[in-house]
Design a protein around this ligand. Sequence first.
Ligand SMILES: Cc1cc2nc3c(=O)[nH]c(=O)nc-3n(C[C@H](O)[C@H](O)[C@H](O)COP(=O)(O)O)c2cc1C
Ligand SMILES: Nc1ncnc2c1ncn2[C@@H]1O[C@H](COP(=O)(O)OP(=O)(O)OP(=O)(O)O)[C@@H](O)[C@H]1O
Length: 164
Amino acid sequence: MSDGPSGRPTRVVAQGTFDLLHPGHVHYLEAAADAGDELHVIVARAESVAHKPDPVLSGEQRRDAVAALEAVDHARLGHPEDFSVPIREIDPDIVVLGHDQHHDSDEIDGLLAAWGIDCRVERAGALEPTGKRLHSSSDIVDRVLEWWQGRDEQLPSLEAESDD
Ligand SMILES: Cc1cc2nc3c(=O)[nH]c(=O)nc-3n(C[C@H](O)[C@H](O)[C@H](O)COP(=O)(O)O)c2cc1C
Ligand SMILES: Nc1ncnc2c1ncn2[C@@H]1O[C@H](COP(=O)(O)OP(=O)(O)OP(=O)(O)O)[C@@H](O)[C@H]1O
């Protein structure tokens, strides 16, 4: 365990929606854990998810699944309105952003400074999809919908059934 600038274990924060956990999430969280000694994960509230459809799983389910991963030391649901609350409680040394997160590193840097958190911002690399493996929650949902539609087409029509 290496001591951070404050003489305590280096605390790292990762955050995201983490709906329907997949290997891309594991890749991100392992990269974040490697950046320090203690990984704290903030799991977004459904009401904060603005760039995609609502999560399939509840906040508690997403938090519990993230907490069960070996790389993760602490997982908590984010604050519904004030993102500075969990960050102030954790007081991280490093915030690791996901490879494709729309958050701008410099903007997050400025926010953390405004919240009085002395912390650097890094960005994790991507786990590229290979073959048919899916590393995105939205792609998993799309695949299930595609499967469902295909399955639907193979079912006998209601009209055919009423002929029996
Ligand atoms: C430093 C930081 C702290 C955050 N804290 C929270 C929080 O406390 N509560 C929350 O609901 N979302 C929080 N978020 C936002 C979400 O993790 C993230 O934006 C979310 O997955 C929503 O996805 P979207 O922004 O792509 O719509 C935080 C984001 C950052 C960068
Ligand atoms: N293939 C991947 N490689 C690396 N990191 C990933 C990968 N997929 C997701 N992540 C990271 O995991 C974090 C949480 O992911 P989140 O659930 O918000 O998005 P997602 O799984 O990419 O879903 P969606 O496709 O719906 O945006 C994000 O920081 C994201 O960058």
